[in-house]
Design a protein around this ligand. Structure first.
Ligand code: HEC
Ligand code: HEC
Ligand code: HEC
Length: 126
């Protein structure tokens, strides 16, 4: 039998539960990007900033393969500039403050690249 007494509250309870994840997020803190130490001298990165932020891991992998598998030590960027392929001597001579740049962003994203087991960290750190 049709029982109106229970239907309306039932729908209300269903709606409340169904939208709970939405309410739960209401006013929750957003991810905040940490302030990073960029190179002090005015230069450009190898690729535009947003490209670097999103794909520097792939770029480093490409660099390693170019250097070690194909014996190529020069990378030509999308802006047609030539860069020496070297994590230590190219990336880290601009980004000397590894702790306040690479590490800070990685920590806030819970990533910890193992590269420094072998590659030398810039000395400016210590
Ligand atoms: C087990 C040790 C080891 C680890 C770990 C390691 N590498 Fe290397 N990598 C080397 C060696 C050895 C070379 C060869 C150096 C050369 O011939 O110039 C090299 C070369 C490279 C090169 C090209 C040349 C240069 O001097 O930069 C890149 C780029 C590179 N590695 C990136 C990385 C990245 C990125 C990571 C972390 C994800 C990493 N490597 C982790 C040992 C290591
Ligand atoms: C010639 C100096 C220079 C070199 C070499 C360089 N960078 Fe950069 N990098 C910069 C500058 C300057 C910026 C900020 C760019 C801007 O503001 O447009 C930057 C930005 C970045 C960003 C984005 C940061 C953010 O706030 O989003 C990442 C990631 C990065 N670089 C990683 C690397 C890696 C990895 C390498 C080596 C493959 C490298 N950079 C080589 C100067 C350099
Ligand atoms: C603006 C934030 C940011 C900055 C600055 C940054 N990284 Fe990263 N990096 C990331 C994120 C996020 C990931 C993980 C990406 C993923 O897992 O897809 C990552 C991943 C990597 C990886 C691959 C690690 C792995 O285990 O696969 C390497 C290598 C790396 N970063 C090197 C560097 C170096 C070197 C610098 C400094 C020159 C740097 N990054 C600066 C955000 C950053």
């Amino acid at each position: 039998m049709y029982n109106a007494k229970y239907i309306a509250p039932g729908i209300l309870i269903f709606l409340a539960l169904f939208t709970l994840p939405f309410w739960y997020n209401f006013g929750a803190p957003k991810y905040e990007r940490p302030a990073l130490a960029l190179p002090v001298t005015k230069t450009d990165c190898i690729e535009p900033r947003d490209v670097m932020a999103a794909t520097h891991m792939q770029l480093l992998d490409t660099w390693r393969d170019m250097a070690l598998r194909q014996g190529k030590r020069v990378y030509v960027s999308s802006g047609d500039k030539e860069w020496t392929i070297s994590l230590q001597n190219t990336c880290m001579t601009c980004h000397v403050n590894k702790a306040e740049f690479c590490d800070k962003c990685h920590n806030s994203n819970s990533v910890s690249p193992y590269c420094w087991d072998c590659h030398v960290e810039p000395r400016g750190n210590k």
